[in-house]
Design a protein around this ligand. Structure first.
Ligand code: R1P
Ligand code: URA
Length: 251
């Protein structure tokens, strides 16, 4: 049986799993796996830490993507080769609208394509749009758990610093082409910045896969540039949402 190149797994390893929960952070993948029945670690290679377990009797994969579009595209492509069809990203994010607070939950309907990787799957005129049913499952999950949420458009950037217009850096400089970009997204009603959803949504739409994205707000950029380091409580809430959404989708 053929192993996929980066994950080093073959189809049988996934025991028929059709749904993957895809956080950026490998440690988060390990923590999420503890909510599954009979979790096992299948692989820990580069940024890709892969766990398998059961949720309501269904096999579910947890696979970290690392930060950004290129590694996300590898994880999604190889999981798709192994039979996965539904991808639920659970991330962290920075809100850019004043009314969205730290600790809140954001569901991305679609993303502004500030990444590069998505252009390897479809031209820029193609939308980075989530799957309607997977996103509806995220909404239903929040309702089932009585968790407030915002739903809307996310700006998905290749970089954390210049691409999200952060000046609190080594050089303090943001290239002219990105100066004023945060204000532009705010005025266009964009909720937040993160770094993977544009690639995830574009490639999944283009490849006939389903994708949705939920994120916990670590920082409000209208008040603070860099997030605080401790975000355990925010993660617990967003993990609860993604696990409940997986159950909704699997039922
Ligand atoms: O917490 P994760 O899932 O990694 O998501 C966000 O956090 C990272 C940046 O700190 C980027 O990957 C961004 O999208
Ligand atoms: O501001 C933030 C916080 C988390 N992740 C991001 O990409 N940006």
């Amino acid at each position: 049986m053929e192993k996929v190149f980066h994950l080093g797994l073959c189809i049988d390893d996934l025991k028929g799993a059709k749904l993957a929960i895809v956080p950026g952070d490998p440690d988060r993948a390990a923590r999420i796996s503890q909510f599954l029945d009979n979790p096992t670690c299948l692989a820990q290679t580069r940024e890709f830490h892969v766990y398998l377990g059961q949720l309501n009797g269904h096999s579910v994969v947890i696979c970290s993507t690392g930060i950004g579009g290129p590694s996300t595209s590898i994880a999604v492509e190889e999981l798709a080769q192994l039979g996965v069809r539904k991808f639920l990203r659970i991330g962290t994010t920075g809100a850019i609208q004043p009314h969205i607070n730290e600790g809140e939950i954001l569901i991305s309907q679609a993303s502004v394509r500030l990444d590069g990787a998505s252009q390897h799957f479809a031209p820029l005129s193609y939308p980075a749009v989530s799957d309607f049913y997977a996103t509806q499952a995220m909404v239903q999950a929040c309702k089932n758990l009585n968790i407030d949420f915002h739903i809307g458009i996310t700006a998905s950037s290749d970089t954390f610093y210049p691409g999200q217009e952060r000046y609190d850096t080594h050089s303090g400089y943001v290239p002219k082409s990105l100066q004023g970009s945060c204000e532009e997204w705010q005025k266009l009603g964009v909720m937040n910045y993160e770094m993977e959803s544009a690639t995830l949504f574009t490639m999944c739409a283009a490849l006939g896969l389903q994708a949705a994205c939920v994120a916990g707000v670590l920082v409000n950029r209208t008040r603070q540039e860099i997030p605080n380091v401790d975000h355990g409580e925010i993660e617990r809430k967003s993990v609860a949402v993604v696990l409940e959404a997986a159950k909704v989708l699997l039922d």
